[in-house]
Write a protein that binds this ligand. Sequence first.
Ligand SMILES: Nc1nc2c(c(=O)[nH]1)N[C@H]1C(S)=C(S)[C@@H](COP(=O)(O)O)O[C@H]1N2
Ligand SMILES: [Mo]
Length: 555
Amino acid sequence: MIAFSEAQRKLHVPDDRRMVVILSRRYLVWLVVILAVPILLAWLQILAFGTHPGPAPVVTTGGGEPRGFPVWIRWTHFANLFFLFLLMRSGLSILMDHPRLYWNDDCTPGSEWIRFTPIEVPKDRLWTARDDARYISPLIALPGYKHTPGMGRSWHFITDYGFLLVGVIYVGMLFVSGQWPRLIPTSWTIVPAAWNVLVHYVTLHFSADLDGYYAYNALQQLGYFGVVFIMAPLSILSGIAMSPAVDSAFPWYPRIFGGRQAGRSIHFLLLCGYVAFTIVHVSLVLLSGAQRNFNHIVLGTDDTRSLGLILGCVGLTVVVASWVIAHVVAWRYPRLIQHLHKTLLLPLELRMSKSARFNPAERYTRDDVSPYFWANGKMPDSDEWTHLAEDSFRGYHLRVSGLVENPVDLSLDEIRALGHDEHVSLHHCIQGWSGVAQWGGISVARLIELVKPLPAARVVAFFSFGEATFGGVYYDTQRLEDVVKPECILAYEMNDAPLPPVHGAPIRLRVENQLGFKMVKWIREIRFIETEKNIGEGHGGANEDQEYFDLLPYI
Ligand SMILES: Nc1nc2c(c(=O)[nH]1)N[C@H]1C(S)=C(S)[C@@H](COP(=O)(O)O)O[C@H]1N2
Ligand SMILES: [Mo]
C-alpha cells in the first residue's frame, strides 16, 4: 500500500468504489449468440451423426520434421506474457478514466454500448469527465485507483516497446527458422479441420492426439494465427487511431476503424480477446497433460519430468512479482516513469511535431458537430472571474507579456478585431472521450505577429483563472513551433456562439494535434518564456506537474 497525501486520497480513493459492467441489452444478446451458436451447432452434429467422431486431426501442413520449441520460442513466449499483462493492467487504468465505450465520436451519455460505472450522467447539473472517472483496484490495474491516466499511459507506452520488440523478434524468427507453417494456414481445409476439433472439444475430448510440440491441431493453429497475425497488429493500429496528432493530420485514418471511438472500442475488444484466449489456452494446456506441456514450453524437451512445471511456476511468480514491483515503482517514482516515457517517445513525437505532414488538416464540417461535448476541469470560482462573467467579460483584459518586443493588454473586442480563424475539429481528451466542435478565434500566429517574440523566447505559457487539481493556478505551455501550426487558435467562440463558461469563457486555447489538457481554458494571461522549467514545478503544465500527465502530448 502506498501512503497518499490527504488530497491524493480524496481524488484517488473515493468513497464510491463499486465496479460494475453494464452492457447494453442488444450487445448482451449478441455476445450470447456468438458464444452459444458454435457450441450448439457442434452438439447438433454430434446428436445427428454420433457422439464420438474419432481423434482430433492434427495439422501437419508444411510443418516438416518435428522441431519442438527452440529457445527463441520459449523466451519470447515468456516475454510476451510478461509485457501483455502489464499492457492489459495499465490499459485498464486508462479505460476507467472514462468508463464508457461508444461507436460514435461524440460520446453522448447514454449512447455508450458498454459502461463500467453505475452512474447515469446527471442532466440537471454540471458533470465533468473528471467526475465521471471510476476507481479500479490496484490489484487489477496499473497504477489503479481513480483518475490516474497519466501514469497509466506512461506504463502502457513503456511496455508497448517491450511488446513490440518481442513481437518483431518472434515473427522474424518464425520466418527465419522456417517454423512459420506451424502458424500460418496454407489451405482452406483448415476450416473444416478446425470445426472437427471444436466438435471434439465440446465433448470434452481435449487430450485426443493433442501434441502441440510437433504440430498444432487445426483449431489451435487458427487460434494462434489469429492472435499473432490479426489481433496483435489490430491492437497496434487501433491504438494509433486514438492519437490526436495522427487523427488531426490524417482524418481518414481513424475512419478505417469506424471513427476514433470505434477504434477505442476495438482496442478494448481486443483486450477481451487476449483475456479469453489466455483462459482457453491455459485451460487446454492444463487439461491436455500439464506436466509434458510445461516441459515443451519451458525446457524445450518432450518428456514428463516435473522440472518444467516447477520452473514454469517460478516464471509465473516473476510475472506476478512484476505487478507488485510496477505498483510500487508507479507510486514511489512516478516522476521517473513520466520522464522515461517521454525519453522513449521523444524521437517519434518530435518527428510528429516537426514534420509538416503532421500539421492538423481536419476536414470536419458543421454537420459533424457533436450534439454533446463533455466538459472538464474545475470552473474558476474566484471573485475576479465571476464578476467578469456576470458582466459578459466587458472588463476582461488579456495580458500578453514576457520575452516580447511589444507586450499588449487586449480587451475581448480588441482580440476579436485582430481577426477570425476557425476550424471544426475532433477533440481528444487524455481520459478517452472525444467530440467534434467548431472553434472560432484568432490564430496564435496572428498574436505572435503583434507581440513579436524575442529570439530567446522558445516557449509560450498560458495561465488560467481556474485552479489545478491539487490547487494552484492551472497553466500549460507550448513550444513556439507548435503554436504557429495551423489550427492553433485562441478561441472566443464555440459552435458559432460565444464560448460558454464551462468550455473556457472568455478565451481558451485550441491545439488540435495534442491532448485536451494542453488547451488551457479561462485564459487570464499569456507569457513568452525561455523554458518551462522555471514555472510551476517545471514539467510544462499543472497536470504534468501534479498528475504526471504526458510531457509530450501527441499520442
Ligand atoms: N483551466 C483549465 N483548462 C483546462 C482544464 C482544466 O481543468 N482547467 N482541463 C483540460 C482538459 S483535461 C480538457 S479535456 C479540456 C476540456 O475542454 P472542454 O471542457 O471544453 O471540453 O480542457 C482543458 N483545459
Ligand atoms: Mo482531458
